[in-house]
Design a protein. Structure first.
Length: 274
């Protein structure tokens, strides 16, 4: 995505159309669009030809961008889990690992980055009926691997609003739910995590369209991305007007929900009742 956004900036600065750029590398306009969105892999020859077309002659600048192209084609750690990943999900895992800020609203269950191993196992078993034990364990292992990023030295900021429904809907037995609630209380005290709970008592709110995630990146060239997961696919929205609407909805959810301290008290109350 970073390389694609830089190629787009260079093309637009030179006033070159996607069609002309595609012609220069023997490709279609749509392929240039996919390259600029970071949706396809990069051939070194194509990047070299585009840089020449865009008038980039400085050897250091060319070397930097070509190095980025090589990095972009290196498979991430999650590719070893490709046997249990839906086709649309590797892109999300890569974005999640690159993000410096994750803003989330979740309603169905606790977000994957905050699930305990037992709760995650229950979620996977419920979601994929008839899955073999080995398959379940692979999916749980992937979820636990993703969670390491949240507690790493360079961990992203993680701001989440959990609907109370996600906390009251049981996955697993009573012990699993108690463990999950305790885990949320502990994770909410980490400095990079801001956890709020949208209580039932508030009534209707701005999260009526369902769960979503907004990913922001440290590179200024990268636009924010909204991730919307569906039953058989996912949407990645990066148009500014789309992102703005979801940012507004999340700000309203944060404003209308109790703050982190009050939400932690709400979690403790649910733990006592469980």
């Amino acid at each position: 995505m970073l390389l694609g956004s830089q190629l787009r900036r260079l093309r637009e600065t030179r006033g070159i159309t996607r069609e002309a750029a595609g012609y220069s590398i023997r490709a279609s306009e749509s392929k240039i669009s996919r390259m600029e969105l970071g949706r396809v892999s990069f051939k070194t020859r194509d990047v070299e030809d585009l840089l020449t077309l865009y008038g980039i002659t400085d050897e250091q600048e060319r070397a930097s961008l070509l190095s980025l192209a090589k990095e972009a084609n290196v498979a991430g750690w999650w590719h070893s889990y490709s046997d249990v990943l839906p086709s649309w999900f590797p892109t999300y895992v890569g974005l999640e690992g690159a993000a410096s800020l994750l803003r989330v609203y979740e309603v169905q269950f606790v977000h994957g980055l905050l699930q305990t191993e037992e709760y995650a196992r229950a979620v996977v078993r419920r979601g994929i009926k008839g899955a073999g034990e080995a398959d379940v364990e692979r999916r749980v292992a992937l979820r636990l691997e993703r969670q390491k990023h949240l507690v790493a030295e360079n961990a992203p900021e993680f701001h989440i609003v959990l609907d109370e429904a996600a906390l009251r809907r049981p996955y697993g037995d009573r012990a699993v739910m108690r463990g999950q609630l305790q885990h949320l209380i502990e994770m909410s005290e980490r400095p990079n995590i801001r956890l709020q709970v949208m209580p039932f008592g508030f009534g209707g709110h701005s999260g009526e369209s369902g769960a979503f995630t907004i990913l922001s990146f440290p590179e200024s060239d990268l636009s924010d991305v909204v991730y919307l997961e569906q039953l058989t696919s996912a949407l990645y929205l990066d148009k500014r007007e789309d992102v703005t609407q979801y940012e507004t909805a999340l700000k309203e959810l944060q404003h209308d929900s109790p703050g982190p301290d009050e939400s932690r008290d709400l979690l403790r109350g649910l733990l006592q009742l469980s």
